[in-house]
Design a protein around this ligand. Structure first.
Ligand code: SF4
Ligand code: SF4
Length: 397
């Protein structure tokens, strides 16, 4: 990530922190909610009984539930589900990134169009995401306008122009796609899938004519709808600073009616089918081998926002829990850069001990690791601060 992107990302993160400070008083029972969430996560993650009950209830309500032991199996299922299609539309799903779904579908000639503004922007500009819920936080408006002009020769001059340009492009694909793919924010054992969104695109995706495919890790389960709602509210606040998201979809099966002679008719409105893929991909192994706590995570990204190493090195160090996850899954995160400062734990709504788990994974002498990371951080910080100062002078000259 270039230094200008890191400075843009810091500005975006500051706005989220400010919004959190301004709004925290609007959730007077936040502490109680957090305690309840932690307890529920401790009891739910890795709970096979809960899994059984969830699958039974979802299947009863018309979901087609499929387990995938790894990314390969999940891709195989999806390829069968989308057979004959040349295009699928998709919305935010960290699991799809985990299994590199877009690359795999595109390698067999299926066009995958992201429908969140930030994700589509990254897709068009061929950029990496910088935050689990704010993927384009590292791009300034100036960089975005320049990037789109270079690729599409369009003259845009404001946020309004950029959003309209991207929306037109996204809508074109939504109108003709038969299959939509999303992630899930939470799954209730009572038989519902919950999805948060602010942009309204999920309405369109989950009503594609042929099929809606939901891709989720096995770690997203909650015993009740109330618990799942509590989790998504907390996720919203820590991810964006908003008290409630604009939309929460609670989907409990395909559409149905019993208006004619009280006989049940399923699939009144689209989609006709909903497939939920529950991905393990080493989660069970990690849960049973010392990393259960890591899966209590609700993917709010607050640890990333507050991670000084991420705010300095960007994607060279993924930040907070993402750094740990990336190291455990593909060894791509440079865990040596972790400062052991504990800011991720301090700012995690669940107080997850990310620094403790990082120290366990990175091995070697912790004193050596800390001296190394602090020296690298110091040198890079001085450079970034100098650059920020120079940019502010340029702005006023
Ligand atoms: S302990 Fe490591 S991961 Fe956590 S905030 Fe500090 S630098 Fe980031
Ligand atoms: S580790 Fe904590 S702060 Fe980080 S994404 Fe998960 S819940 Fe949020």
């Amino acid at each position: 990530m270039n230094p200008y992107s890191i400075l843009a990302m810091r500005r975006a993160f500051k706005l989220v922190k400010k919004r959190q400070e301004e709004n925290i008083h609007k959730i007077p029972d936040l502490q109680e909610r957090l305690l309840r969430l932690k307890k529920v996560r401790e009891e739910s993650v890795g709970n096979l009984e809960l899994m059984k009950k969830t699958v039974e209830n979802l299947e009863d309500k018309g979901f087609n539930v499929v387990f995938a032991k790894d990314g390969e199996e999940a891709i195989e299922v999806i390829l069968k589900e989308v057979e004959g299609e040349e295009l699928v539309v998709k919305s935010k799903s960290n699991v799809s990134k985990e299994i590199k779904l877009t690359e795999r579908l595109e390698s067999v000639g299926i066009d995958v169009v992201e429908t969140d503004i930030g994700d589509r922007l990254l897709q068009l500009l061929k950029e990496e995401p910088s935050h689990p819920t704010a993927p384009a936080a590292h791009l300034s408006l100036e960089q975005i306008i320049k990037g789109l002009k270079e690729r599409f020769n369009v003259e845009l001059s404001s946020t309004d122009d950029v959003v309209r340009f991207l929306l037109k492009d996204i809508k074109k694909s939504i109108e003709v796609a038969n299959v939509g793919i999303t992630g899930a924010n939470a799954i209730s054992a009572e038989g519902s899938v919950l999805i948060l969104h602010n942009e309204g695109n999920i309405f369109e995706i989950l009503r594609r004519q042929r099929k809606w495919i939901i891709l989720s890790g096995i770690d997203k389960l909650y015993p009740t709808l109330d618990d799942a709602l509590n989790a998504v509210r907390i996720q919203t606040f820590f991810a964006t600073g908003q008290v409630v998201p604009t939309f929460i979809e609670i989907v409990s099966g395909t559409s149905k009616t019993a208006d004619i002679e009280k006989k049940l008719f399923e699939g009144v409105h689209d989609p006709k089918e909903v497939t939920l893929i529950l991905l393990d991909n080493r989660r069970s192994y990690l849960i049973n081998n010392g990393f259960k706590e890591m899966f209590y995570c609700i993917s709010c990204g607050n640890c990333v926002i507050h991670c000084p190493a991420y705010n300095t090195f960007g994607n060279e160090y993924k930040g907070g829990r993402l750094a740990l996850l990336s190291a455990l899954y593909n060894g791509t995160s440079n865990l040596k850069l972790c400062l052991g400062c504990g800011k991720c734990k301090e700012n995690c709504p669940l107080g997850l001990d990310i620094p403790g788990m990082i120290a366990k994974v990175r091995g070697g002498s912790e004193i050596y690791n800390l001296v190394y990371s602090h020296l690298k951080w110091l040198i890079r910080s001085v450079y970034l601060e100098t650059l920020a100062f120079y940019m502010s002078l340029k702005k006023f000259s």
